[in-house]
Design a protein around this ligand. Structure first.
Ligand SMILES: Nc1ncnc2c1ncn2[C@@H]1O[C@H](COP(=O)(O)OP(=O)(O)O)[C@@H](O)[C@H]1O
Ligand SMILES: [Mg+2]
Length: 245
């Protein structure tokens, strides 16, 4: 795959010597790993979801009978969380085809930001919009692009704790649109920078490590690129580049 991402930003610096040109070999290996992992995790997630149905029914009966209400409530909450995780894995492992249409990016960004508003308010995070791209439209799958924006926005909020500024920006560069999500949070340690897009890479206690892997896959299905710039302690900026409509 050809890409104009500065490769060192998202790739490990040292790679074993190989006859195949570097980007091609790396992408092939990644595709192969993802295909195997995808098949494996899809069937596993499917089995887990099936099993959860029986457990959920049982716990609901307990709740109805009023037995061990508190414990049953906790178990039900955890069940929902596991079910959500399994759904995410399934969605990741069986990607839907891209349904292309004109997508107004500032409108979609605003829509995504609105969903996060309560979270932003409770964390005292200042929101900044800097929409400069003209035209404002890319050819894309609105639902998938929204999933990408939300993944990036949630990560930004996670990184910030209380206070700070979240910036959503667009600009035009040649025949492409650049969309950036910038935060003033903890940033990414240099040793982690090469791994943040890897499947299951997470530094969070309750993280899945799927958000950025899914986002990269979706953006690449749009013939776009995603890269990150960050210094530990100085926030992070994720930049998506998409072809204009
Ligand atoms: N805006 C950000 N600031 C700092 N670190 C980030 C940011 N976005 C992602 N990361 C790092 O990348 C990791 C992977 O992110 P992601 O794939 O969304 O999984 P998760 O959010 O479940 O951990 C995070 O655990 C975190 O270490
Ligand atoms: Mg995430």
């Amino acid at each position: 795959m050809s890409s104009d991402i500065p490769q060192k930003i998202i790739r490990p610096a040292a790679e074993p010597v190989s006859a195949t040109p570097e980007p091609a070999r790396h992408d092939l290996e990644r595709l192969d790993r993802l295909a195997t992992l995808g098949l494996f995790s899809a069937s596993m997630a499917h089995e887990i979801k099936n099993g959860l149905v029986a457990i959920k029914t049982f716990v609901e009966v307990l709740l109805e009978k009023g037995e061990d209400r508190e414990l049953a409530g906790v178990v039900l909450r955890e069940l929902k969380r596991i079910d959500g995780l399994a759904t995410q894995v399934l969605q990741f492992a069986t990607p839907k085809p891209v349904v292309l249409g004109p997508v107004n990016v500032p409108v979609l960004l605003d829509h995504s930001l609105r969903l996060l508003e309560p979270k932003l308010r409770s964390r005292l995070i200042t929101l900044q919009r800097d929409y400069r791209a003209a035209p404002e439209t890319v050819l894309g799958d609105e639902a998938q692009l929204q999933q990408v924006f939300i993944n990036l926005l949630l990560n930004a909020v996670d990184a910030m704790g209380a206070g700070g500024t979240l910036t959503a920006a667009t600009e035009t560069a040649a025949d492409k649109m650049k969309i950036s999500i910038r935060d003033t949070g903890a940033g990414i340690a240099p040793e982690n920078l090469a791994q943040v897009f890897d499947t299951f890479f997470t530094t969070k206690k309750n993280g899945t490590g799927l958000g950025l892997a899914i986002s990269r896959r979706l953006v690449e299905a749009h013939h776009g690129t995603i890269e990150v710039q960050s210094k530990a302690g100085r926030g992070a900026t994720f930049i998506i580049t998409l072809p204009l409509a």
